[in-house]
Design a protein around this ligand. Structure first.
Ligand code: OGA
Ligand code: NI
Length: 386
């Protein structure tokens, strides 16, 4: 049956009800699949050139120096962190102290989840963006026209810890992993605060990180027979402050740097860190959130885990007032304040599309734009933010 389906033309094989494809994993495992359905096809952008940057150009931060280095090593590392955020919005973190075997067991645990029978994964489907556990395919199938070559599992791990109850052991490992990664993220945010000329605890206090939202996102990118026509995740920025990502050794992450796409390969046991929209807002645009995307391949299944660290859900985030006054005079706030919770709903209920969500809170766009915040029934309440 599956072989028969796969030999049909893609658009005939998978007619106009793409949400019927409940997982890319099942689709990718159809025997004899040689082409991808029209519903999952993207036209390659011919101008979309990927460049290789010389080895060593992506910034590397030695976390141990930030935490227990000499005062000189510490201030040098804070400076490097600032440069990395400003010039790249992206860096790798080494010597972070999270044990190597914890990184491999959390990746194995996520693989175990994706390997569960489809009906069991469906138990964790979730409906609303603020449901604490959600699994599914693509990003947001209710608003997308074409679908991504990706299955996902997302769950909230802080301030309240949730986790799927299957497979056995995932809950315990993800609790430990989340705690260890959160510690590293807070250490980095302390250094980042200082790099902005603020007190080390500034971001922690201003955005109530004690109650900070931490979201565990596991991505599965199965092998794809036509990787040049598929997309794992489209260009986007993450909504939080910092995302710390690991993957199973199969590359696919690209970041945008100076207008060009750059392939990223992690140093062994490092975290790949990208700056999110809320760091851009808080820093009044000094540290721009980085655009990134995930590509797929025909040889090996890729799994990544992105851990998103944001403010507390009720924090209203606006540019730090301390950054708006300087010896050169006053600088206007480039973004308006918005509750993190509303921003999250706004981004997650719409198509993932570059930095379009952030554009809606830019001060310059306010004269003409209104912001749509979906309510919990999924209707759109249009409200002007001012
Ligand atoms: C994400 C993301 C990239 C990757 O989950 O937000 O950007 O390499 N993932 O999987
Ligand atoms: Ni991302």
């Amino acid at each position: 049956m599956a072989a028969e389906t796969a030999s049909l033309l893609p658009s005939q094989a998978f007619p106009s009800q793409p949400t019927k494809i409940s997982s890319i994993k099942t689709l990718a495992e159809s025997p004899g699949l040689t082409s991808i359905p029209a519903t999952h096809t993207f036209t390659p952008d011919l101008h979309d050139q990927v460049i290789c940057v010389p080895e060593g150009s992506i910034p590397v931060i030695d976390y141990s120096l930030l935490i227990s280095g000499t005062p000189d090593q510490r201030s040098k590392t804070v400076h490097e962190l600032g440069r990395a955020c400003q010039d790249w919005g992206f860096f790798m973190v080494i010597n972070h102290g999270v044990p190597e075997n914890l990184l491999s067991s959390i990746l194995d645990g996520c693989k175990g989840f994706f390997d569960l029978p489809e009906e069991e994964k469906q138990e964790f489907k979730g409906n609303h963006v603020l449901d604490p556990i959600r699994s599914g395919t693509s990003c947001n199938v209710s608003v997308e026209k074409a679908f991504y070559w990706r299955d996902f599992l997302k769950f909230f791990v802080h301030p309240v810890f949730y986790s799927p109850t299957k497979p056995a052991g995932l809950s315990e490992i993800s609790l430990e992993y989340s705690q260890r990664v959160r510690e590293v993220a807070r250490g980095l945010l302390k250094g980042i605060s200082e790099s902005l000329g603020l007190e080390g605890s500034y971001i922690d206090k201003a955005l109530n990180l004690e109650q900070g939202k931490q979201i565990f996102v596991a991505n599965l990118y199965p092998t794809c027979p036509q990787p040049e026509l598929a997309m794992g995740l489209p260009p986007h920025s993450d909504h939080g402050l910092l995302t710390l990502l690991i993957y199973n050794g199969i590359g696919g992450l690209q970041i945008q740097h100076e207008g060009k796409w750059v392939n990223v390969c992690a140093l062994p046991n490092s975290f790949l860190v990208n700056t999110g929209d809320h760091l851009e807002i808080l820093s009044n645009g000094r540290y721009k959130s980085v655009l990134h995307r995930a590509m797929v391949n025909s040889k090996a299944t890729r799994i990544s885990i992105a851990m998103i660290h944001g403010p507390s859900l009720d924090s209203v985030v606006s540019p730090a007032t301390e950054l708006l006054v300087s010896s050169k005079g006053n600088e206007p706030a480039a973004y308006v304040g918005m509750k993190y919770k509303d921003y999250l709903e706004l981004q997650q209920s719409n198509k993932l599309d570059g930095k379009s969500c952030l554009d809606r809170v830019r001060s310059s766009s306010l004269a003409t734009a209104s912001v749509c915040v979906p309510n919990h029934e999924g209707n759109n309440d249009t409200s002007m933010i001012s």
